[in-house]
Design a protein around this ligand. Structure first.
Ligand SMILES: [Zn+2]
Length: 370
């Protein structure tokens, strides 16, 4: 989630690094006051905060082992976020090595954003999608009735899918959701990389639109849950809240932070109001990083709410009448898919990197001569 902030915007007036740093100088610059120092730390430190909140899912009662298929989608989501934060922070740190590396840093940044959206889609698909078939697998050690009675005070969260609730078009959606997420991710990388070499006039508008699209595609299971009426009759023993208030709250907060981060990114506030004052600390890109991380954290909480519901109330999540159910996650449908996607993204980055090399090599040489 980052648009590298080192390009002179007119509002940040100093503390730039020159594009001929060595690798060591770049790494050391994380501890020197430059306009990239805050950009690096505001995505590097969150890696640890995210990891801390993530590992909690393995400690819950009834949770299968971390290596069980049940957690494959969660791991893919974790790696999506991990690579996004790591690549973004390293891109901010290393983009002063040369103009070509700077371009590649941008490309990698776009690539990790897209891979992250597919990681989210996998988690949504297997944990939030009402037809997820996960409770069928990976619950060998779980005594459901015991767990339910021990946690009776907690409301069941994700309600069941019901065959009358899922017409044919929904099955059509089932099979197209993940392929669409991947396709959109690849298109996003292609378009964003291209805006650095062509269509430069409209690049900010194009990139904003391009990153809105994966959000709407990925979030469809959540929109469905937010808009669906409760499948339970009013007399049912189960609470009729659908979806759970917690899940909805986390989703709205996730959206709120995304909007705030976009506002910082577009408005260039506060440095626009006082050029030169926020060169090192407090400029808009750092607030943009903070807000995008808060949106990721709320997304994680939302996914965790659903995982917990699946662990505690599998019989409620999936009614016995449910038919058909989605197949559970496998190595191929999660890690295999991600690996394939990363291969495609890496190929796109290599191609655009090669083009950037031909564009910037003469400029870089002339910089060194002077
Ligand atoms: Zn950034």
């Amino acid at each position: 989630m980052s648009e590298l902030g080192s390009s002179p915007s007119g509002h940040i007036t100093g503390c730039y690094r020159f594009p001929d740093y060595s690798l060591l100088q770049c790494l050391v610059s994380a501890f020197r006051p430059t306009n990239e120092t805050g950009n690096f730390w505001t995505h590097f430190l969150p890696i640890f905060i995210f990891g801390f909140h993530f590992i909690e899912i393995f400690e819950w009662e009834g949770a299968p082992g971390p290596g069980e298929p049940f957690f494959y989608p969660a791991w893919n989501y974790f790696f999506g976020v991990f690579y996004l934060l790591l690549a973004s922070s390293m891109a901010h740190l290393l983009n002063s090595m040369s103009l070509i590396i700077r371009e590649i840093c941008f490309f990698v940044d776009y690539g990790t954003i897209s891979a992250y959206t597919v990681g989210s889609s996998l988690a949504y698909y297997y944990y939030i999608h009402p037809q997820a078939g996960i409770p069928k697998i990976g619950f060998g050690a779980l005594n459901v009735s015991q767990t339910q009675s021990e946690n009776a005070e907690e409301p069941p969260i994700a309600p069941s899918s019901n065959s009358s609730f899922f017409p044919l078009h929904f099955q059509f959606f089932d099979s197209l959701y993940i392929p669409c997420s991947c396709l959109v991710a690849i298109i996003c990388v292609l378009i964003c990389c291209n805006t650095r070499q062509q269509w430069r006039k409209y690049r900010y508008a194009v990139r904003t639109l391009v990153f809105l699209l994966p959000f709407f595609i990925s979030s469809t299971p959540i929109f469905y849950r937010l808009l669906s009426p409760s499948p339970y009759p009013p007399s049912s023993q189960t609470p009729s809240s659908y979806p759970s208030p917690t899940m909805a709250t986390f989703f709205y907060r996730h959206c709120f932070w995304l909007v705030v981060s976009a506002a910082f990114n577009i408005s260039k506030i506060p440095e626009r109001l006082s050029p030169g004052m926020f060169d090192i600390w407090g400029h808009s890109h750092q607030w943009f990083h903070c807000c995008t991380f808060l949106s990721i954290l709320d997304e994680l909480h939302m996914i965790k709410v659903e995982i917990r519901a699946l662990l505690l109330y599998p019989s409620l999540v999936l009614a016995p009448t449910t038919n058909p159910q989605l197949p559970g996650p496998t190595i191929y449908s999660t890690f295999g898919l991600m690996l394939l996607l990363q291969g495609c993204i890496a190929s796109i980055i290599i191609w655009f990197g090669w083009c950037a090399y031909h564009i910037y090599e003469p400029v870089q040489k002339s910089l060194k001569v002077h």
